[in-house]
Design a protein. Sequence first.
Lengths: 120, 112
Amino acid sequence: EAGVTQFPSHSVIEKGQTVTLRCDPISGHDNLYWYRRVMGKEIKFLLHFVKESKQDESGMPNNRFLAERTGGTYSTLKVQPAELEDSGVYFCASSPLLPGLASRSSYEQYFGPGTRLTVT
Amino acid sequence: QKEVEQDPGPLSVPEGAIVSLNCTYSNSAFQYFMWYRQYSRKGPELLMYTYSSGNKEDGRFTAQVDKSSKYISLFIRDSQPSDSATYLCAMSVNSGNTPLVFGKGTRLSVIA
């Protein structure tokens, strides 16, 4: 079974430009999360989708960030315009709505490899 | 005060050593406690999961939670070079369908 995939793996853009990150969750996972790790800091929650609906976007830093999940499948996170402080690693995670038999926890979140964003 | 505190290390130990990793937290509402392992250029991978206080063992790994002290630990016995990674503690208030709150992670190197 394919894991969570993220594209691109690395993006370097100039301040003021726009970047769109993509996440493909594990097939059948209705929960999709975005997290971000800024250098030297802990991984922090950005937002949570259940299917196509935003369940919790309390972690979104400001209105320059726009997340979508059309059709409840893949998700995109757009940063427009990008600022220097947006640099970091953006992780996507997915989990099923109900625990599966193979899960080691009730609702394990499976993480993608992350997108490293560098804003210069 | 940060919700979760974790010493970032780095921590370097010889092969075969017992490793102790720890986190403290401030939010008494946390009930679910996890340890994730992250290899370089990879995403975090769940290693251990514990509900409330107590111990849980899985092979060479033991997770402990002391809610009265707001302190969690991960012990690795007979450490191997393949255990070299960053270990992140994570917590949540509810089980399932809720965001995780992470510590900074501890970078561990096991030297052969």
